[in-house]
Design a protein around this ligand. Structure first.
Ligand code: NCD
Length: 306
């Protein structure tokens, strides 16, 4: 049995297969519409979510399966003090696969150790968010034709943003990737990412504070929200919140074929006028999130034979 805790759990070849399957699903929806008949997905979400939980549910429904679960800790027995280990043992009796989001780093991993069904990390605190990364990779590959030989700007909250940590982890395995890390000093990527991932793999990167300076050299701009819920101090959050706002004027500095990605939700870091720019790919990205989660469910259930 296989779980997904980090994008590193899949080799680059396996990621390619997963993305091939997602593209096949995109082009042949009917072929997959009953493949999970009789199967159930549990979504155990101890933290707020719109896209991740609903795209998992949509993915399972599109495959002909069914869904059950809870959307907040206070509507589950966590509110009575139950551990994730106990919860997953019980969920294993009700469902065939589980997607779990938790505010504590490592909670889905703890659950996976006791689980009788595949567990997918749907975001654990400020640590990792592997299915967002699968979504990001599929978006880049589908819209750009390839992943590799590109300069990627990651902008915003690189300290607490789990999507950024997982994306860096995944991308360093591709050829010719350069990063420009755009953040205020207070929100730079954690040392363990800089040292153990970027430096260890000899990946070229620069850390800058001004988005305008980075814009002209980027092939991809990955914007992120300042992660309010991970701040210890409200004043600090308010100071950081308006640091970056991508608008039409900044888009004028970018290449004509640069892609703008954002895992969403957006707060104010991309102004709505950018939505009409053909380079804005964040809503397409949300659609790719459904296809890749369909491919992932099939793969973890061993139903991925085309
Ligand atoms: C992200 C998350 O939960 O980390 N959202 C998502 O799953 N698309 C990004 C965020 O909340 O800022």
């Amino acid at each position: 049995m296989r779980h997904l805790m980090s994008p590193m759990d899949f080799t680059v070849e396996e990621l390619e297969e997963l993305m091939d399957l997602a593209n096949d699903i995109e082009n042949n929806r009917d072929k997959y519409s009953e493949i999970c008949k009789g199967k159930k997905l549990a979504t155990c979400f101890y933290e707020p979510s719109t896209r991740t939980r609903l795209s998992f549910e949509a993915a399972m429904i599109n495959l002909g399966g069914q869904v059950l679960g809870f959307a907040s800790a206070d509507s589950s027995s966590a509110a009575k003090g139950e551990s994730v280990s106990d919860t997953i043992r019980v969920i294993s009796c009700y469902a065939d696969i589980c997607a779990m989001r938790h505010p504590k780093e490592g909670a889905p991993l703890v659950a996976s150790k006791k689980s009788l069904i595949p567990v997918i990390n749907a975001g654990d605190g400020g640590h990792e968010h592997p299915t967002q990364t699968l979504t990001d990779l599929l978006t880049i590959r589908s819209l750009n034709g390839k992943i590799g030989n590109m300069t990627i700007g990651l902008c915003g909250d690189l300290k607490f943003g789990r999507t950024v940590h997982s994306l860096i982890n995944a991308l360093v395995r591709y050829e010719g990737i350069k990063f420009i890390l755009i953040s205020p000093k207070e929100l730079r990527v954690p040392d363990y990412i800089r040292e153990d991932v970027l430096e260890k793999n000899n990946i070229p990167y620069q850390e800058v504070e001004r988005l305008e300076d980075a814009m002209p050299s980027l092939d991809i701009l990955y914007m992120t929200r300042v992660q309010q819920e991970r701040f210890f101090n409200e004043e600090e959050y308010l100071r950081m919140k308006g640091f970056y706002i991508l608008d039409e004027d900044k888009m004028k500095l970018a290449k004509m074929d640069m892609l703008v990605l954002h895992p969403l939700p957006r707060v104010n870091e991309i102004s709505v006028e950018v939505d009409e720019d053909p380079r804005a790919a964040y809503f397409k990205q949300a659609q790719y999130g459904v296809y890749i989660r369909m491919a992932l469910i099939l793969t973890l259930l061993g139903l991925n034979k085309k």
